[in-house]
Write a protein that binds this ligand. Structure first.
Ligand code: G1P
Length: 287
């Protein structure tokens, strides 16, 4: 079994659901309390033992690179002013893990974004994190999935049960339960229009074998006219087993306005520095 070392973060989308906020700022940089969305996901990757982050960017995304870079002027200023707590926090961000960036020149979909990392991945199994999905869990979601990967040595998808009426928003799997939180994937469909095959939705965490790259090469545009990762997985499943891990944890769709607000409130309530005042404020709201 080959260890998972690399994590791909597709971050080239336009963030149209958050316009006008995302006109000049990448959606990945929108803050949850005081940290940009992408930092939560990078922290999950780091605490799951991943060492190399490959961010797939596009036009107008340089703020992401700046965020994870060292900022000499800022660090000098904080040092001079004796703001050591903040300095430590800033240094932690830039020293997180090793980052590489590659550009998706055309918005051709999630599958396409993954396919352009082929040379950087270099024929080993790797992980994918979708930054819209923020997962708050005791054990990092990706770490839970790596546990499943260690058992089966093949691709593992994160899944969670969703109301059937929401199935049209997700990739949905048809699975056979093989362990308490593990399914063998029998079939998958991206954003089903008719009756979904189950209520198990793919959430934005994947462990993929390099076989996905050949599958992506022959994947035709699917839902929304885009090259869909789910469609490539449907091709891959013809030659390799794929498993799904129903992870433990609360997941927020931070790419959606309501989900973003829920994530902000829930995470703020977990922050010891603001919790008491925030609770007081929420209780005082006339709802
Ligand atoms: C993507 C995937 C979909 C998955 C979802 C999870 O869709 O294509 O299979 O269920 O992420 O968040 P998107 O939300 O980008 O439309």
């Amino acid at each position: 079994m080959v260890d998972i070392r690399k994590a791909v973060f597709p971050a080239a989308g336009f963030g149209t659901r958050f316009l006008p906020a995302t006109k000049a700022i990448p959606k990945e940089m929108l803050p949850l309390v005081d940290k940009p969305l992408i930092q939560y996901v990078v922290e999950e990757a780091k605490s799951s033992g991943l060492q190399e982050i490959i961010i797939v960017t596009g036009m107008g995304k340089t703020a992401i690179e700046d965020h994870f870079d060292t900022s000499f002027e800022l660090e000098k200023l904080l040092q001079e002013r004796g703001k050591y707590e903040l300095l430590k926090m800033i240094e932690e961000v830039s020293g997180m893990v090793h980052f590489a960036y590659t550009r998706q020149k055309k918005p051709l979909g999630l599958g396409h974004a993954i396919s352009i990392t082929r040379n950087l991945i270099n024929n080993e199994p790797f992980s994918v994190f979708l930054g819209d999905d923020i997962i708050d869990s005791r054990v990092p979601a990706m770490k839970q999935m790596i546990g499943v990967y260690k058992k089966y040595s093949t691709s593992v998808l994160a899944v969670q049960k969703v109301p059937r009426s929401d199935a049209r928003l997700y990739g949905i799997i048809k699975g056979k339960k093989v362990a308490p939180n593990v399914y063998r994937v029998l079939d998958l469909v991206e954003k089903p229009k008719g009756t979904p095959p189950s209520n198990l939705a793919i959430i934005g965490r994947y462990i993929l074998t390099p076989g996905i790259f050949n599958a992506l090469e022959v994947t035709r545009p699917g839902a929304g006219g885009e090259i869909q990762l789910t469609d490539a997985l449907k091709i891959l499943i013809q030659t390799e087993e794929i498993y799904a891990c129903e992870f433990e944890g609360a997941r927020y769709d931070a790419g959606d306005k309501l989900g973003f607000l829920k994530a902000n409130v829930s995470l703020a309530l977990k922050r010891p520095d603001i919790r008491a005042d925030f609770v007081k404020f929420l209780k005082g709201l006339k709802l």
